[in-house]
Design a protein around this ligand. Structure first.
Ligand code: NDP
Length: 240
């Protein structure tokens, strides 16, 4: 039996790239989305349609999903993983950083959901895996706008789960603690960035992205009548 299509947003680095490698090794055709097409193609995965898509562009997300479904059949899962973390204080953080996080971390997730959900409801099966964060469950210093977006991911996911549970669609929230990826590099405040780095080192280092990919694959692999609603995972040494 050929394995069904899985869509992964933000597959050009970190958690998304690790998830793409793992699900590809398990035999799934994939649609890989990100802005850095070269990085998607460099993964060199078989049966992987790579598209340069900014996930804040709803029409582009929709078009890429339709194109992949023409090739590989209906999407059985989406990993809404693309996200950005721009740490800062609300008093002086550049406002455009709030906009970027809200557009990508919140609206981007909704756009990914909409691109696959009607088909899943119609077929009576499918899995939506939204990558939130431990910062979607509790607050951290200098994280106000970011935690706002991740609390939103938690809330939207749980509400969506209730909405489509009776129709056979599973909704899973993945909530990692610190993971060793490019995520921190986009924060513009150097002092905050250094402080976060020191916090991570004091905790004995962050999770490898492969550990999060394993959690995503574990939730997806369950039989259709088992919905793993949420997985929270962090490095053992991470206290907060
Ligand atoms: P990375 O920065 O390594 O990966 C982020 C991914 O998102 C990249 O593939 C990037 O690709 C993509 N991306 C960014 N902006 C856009 C956009 N506008 N359109 C499409 N893709 C975009 O970080 P992580 O792997 O750590 O992050 C993945 C998810 O995990 C995020 O949602 C993050 O919030 C979450 N997370 C991460 C934690 C961590 O400590 N690392 C902890 C908890 C949660 P490109 O730039 O090519 O577009």
């Amino acid at each position: 039996m050929p394995k069904p299509l899985i869509v992964i947003t933000g597959a050009s680095s970190g958690i998304g790239a690790a998830t793409a490698r793992l699900l590809s090794a398990e035999g799934h055709p994939l649609l890989l989305l990100a802005r850095r097409l070269d990085r998607l193609e460099a993964l060199g995965l078989p049966q992987a349609l790579c598209r340069k898509v900014d996930v804040t562009d709803r029409a582009a997300v929709e078009a890429a999903v339709r194109e992949a479904e023409e090739l590989y059949g209906p999407a059985d899962a989406i990993v809404n993983n693309a996200g950005v973390m721009l740490l800062g204080r609300l008093a002086d953080q550049p406002v455009d950083e709030w906009e970027r996080m809200i557009d990508l971390n919140v609206k981007g997730v909704l756009y990914g959901v909409r691109a696959v959900l009607p088909g899943m409801v119609e077929r009576g099966r499918g899995t939506i895996l939204n990558v939130s964060s431990v910062a979607g469950r509790k607050t951290f210093p200098n994280h106000a706008a970011y935690v706002g977006t991740k609390f939103a991911v938690h809330a939207m996911s749980e509400n969506l789960r209730e909405e489509v549970a009776a129709q056979g669609v599973r909704v899973v929230t993945i909530a990692p603690g610190a993971v060793e990826t490019e995520l921190l590099s986009h924060t513009s405040d150097e002092q905050i960035k250094q402080g976060y780095q020191a916090w991570k080192e004091a905790a004995g280092g962050a999770l490898a992205p492969e550990a999060v990919a394993e959690a995503i694959a574990y939730a997806y692999r369950q039989p259709p009548n088992v919905c793993v609603r949420e997985i929270v995972l962090a490095a053992t040494g991470q206290e907060g």
